[in-house]
Ligand binder design. Structure first.
Ligand code: PEP
Ligand code: MN
Length: 401
């Protein structure tokens, strides 16, 4: 195929996603009304991560995952409201209710929202709530839907059908453009191939191919291609190495309990890990991507700043507990060694030395001595408990005091 897609003047393959202030349902008018335009540019040097659950399953889960993926480096939030399920008996999504929850998540985190639209009759309604309209693989050649999206005032995230050629994907994009909408993001999400061992086969070559043929941004969905959470990171890294402008990744706070696509959903921790790897890879392939610094500058409304700072604090707490578990592990080994030496496991002299350090540590950190000392006492109590019982579990520690 030699022909390039039509590229409207000045468009140059960059799709800008902004959050128009009017895109705030009146339902949330109690929240600060004006959302400052925070455009996300897809197709520039910066990689754009879009993350969130397969389906919006409820308000709490969505808000929690939105906060976590934002802290991990996502620039946009995904979440299905209307789900195209292979089985008519499977969970079909929460519909309009989910759109309100997505809008609330945007309001709280500042992340623009991507959600799927299944039917031409839904386009206007979904466009009133979402920032980017997704066309699923099963609908790539639904021409009535594509035409309606051509008239929408929102960018379209167009997924490749799982039996569609690259040319057919481009022609589907052309349908949207021909009806007047030039803002299209192409998405490779895996196709059917002979003898595939994964849910779909990620066509990595389609990424440079599409980039050679069009000026449209190209992103990759490694989650649906892999169909297994443990393979998602490898495919995501391959996609970035192949030149993808961004990734669409499913993240669920509790994948095992997910109502759809739990097996391929990353936990928020696994998402964080992947984002850190991508931040290392990005400069090697000429792209920019940084994991947001905790407590760093927090643009947005005061409410968004507060939500973000709270998430940052929770992140620090998670790390403190992680470090504590490392300390407990070491203390347990030390306990085993002491036992093998016939020495008492609890050593008051050594514990006193640890507490002695409180003065120096608190001074160096500019923290109050008494509180730091109390904290170290608590840390010692947790370690002592593990040394005695050989357990790091959640038993009551009170009797160790
Ligand atoms: C999705 O992104 O939730 C989805 C249904 O993907 P696909 O259309 O690629 O199967
Ligand atoms: Mn899914």
């Amino acid at each position: 195929m030699s022909r390039k897609l039509t590229v409207p003047d000045g468009h140059a393959g960059r799709t800008v996603v902004s959050i128009p202030p009017e895109n705030t349902p009146s339902h949330f008018s109690r929240l600060p009304a004006a959302v400052p335009a925070s455009p996300v540019l897809i197709g520039g040097r910066t990689l754009v991560m879009i993350a969130g659950p397969c389906a919006v399953e409820g308000r709490e889960m969505l808000l929690a995952v939105a906060r976590r993926v934002r802290a991990g480096g996502a620039a946009m939030l995904r979440g299905g409201a209307f789900k195209p399920r292979t089985s008519p008996y499977a969970f079909q999504g929460l519909g309009a209710e989910a759109l309100l929850v997505l809008a609330e998540a945007r309001e709280l985190t500042g992340l623009p929202v991507v959600t799927e639209v299944l039917d031409p009759r839904q386009v206007e309604f979904v466009a009133d709530h979402a920032d980017v309209l997704q066309v699923g693989a099963r609908n790539m050649q639904n021409y009535a839907l594509l035409a309606e999206l051509g008239r929408a005032k929102r960018p379209v995230l167009l997924k490749r059908g799982f039996a569609a050629t690259v040319e057919e994907l481009l022609m589907a994009a052309e349908h949207v453009m021909a009806s007047g909408n030039p803002d299209i993001i192409l998405c490779e999400r895996g196709i059917r191939a002979v003898g595939q061992s994964t849910r779909f086969t990620l066509d990595v070559a389609a990424v440079p191919m599409l980039k050679a043929l069009t000026h449209l941004p190209v992103i990759v969905d490694p989650s649906h291609a892999a169909g297994r959470a443990d393979l998602v990171a490898a495919l995501a890294l391959a996609a970035v190495a192949a030149g993808a402008d961004g990734l669409l990744i499913e993240v669920h706070p509790d994948p095992e309990a997910a109502r759809s696509d739990g097996v391929q959903s990353l936990t928020p921790d696994a998402f964080d890990q992947l984002m850190r790897k991508i931040a290392v890879l990005a400069p090697a392939v000429g792209r920019e991507f940084v994991v947001p610094e905790r407590g760093g500058p927090a643009p947005g409304t005061p409410l968004q700043m507060l939500v973000r700072l709270r998430e940052d604090i929770e992140g620090v707490d998670r790390e403190i507990i992680h470090l504590l578990s490392q300390r407990v592990e070491i203390a347990r080994h030390a306990g085993d060694v002491k036992r093998s030496l016939g020495a008492p496991v609890v050593d008051p002299v050594q514990e006193a030395e640890v507490l002695e350090r409180a003065r120096q540590l608190s001074e160096a950190a500019g923290l109050p001595y008494r509180e730091v000392r109390a904290l170290l006492r608590g840390i010692i109590a947790v370690s002592r408990h593990a040394q005695r019982t050989g357990d790091t579990g959640s038993e009551n520690l009170e009797d160790d005091e």
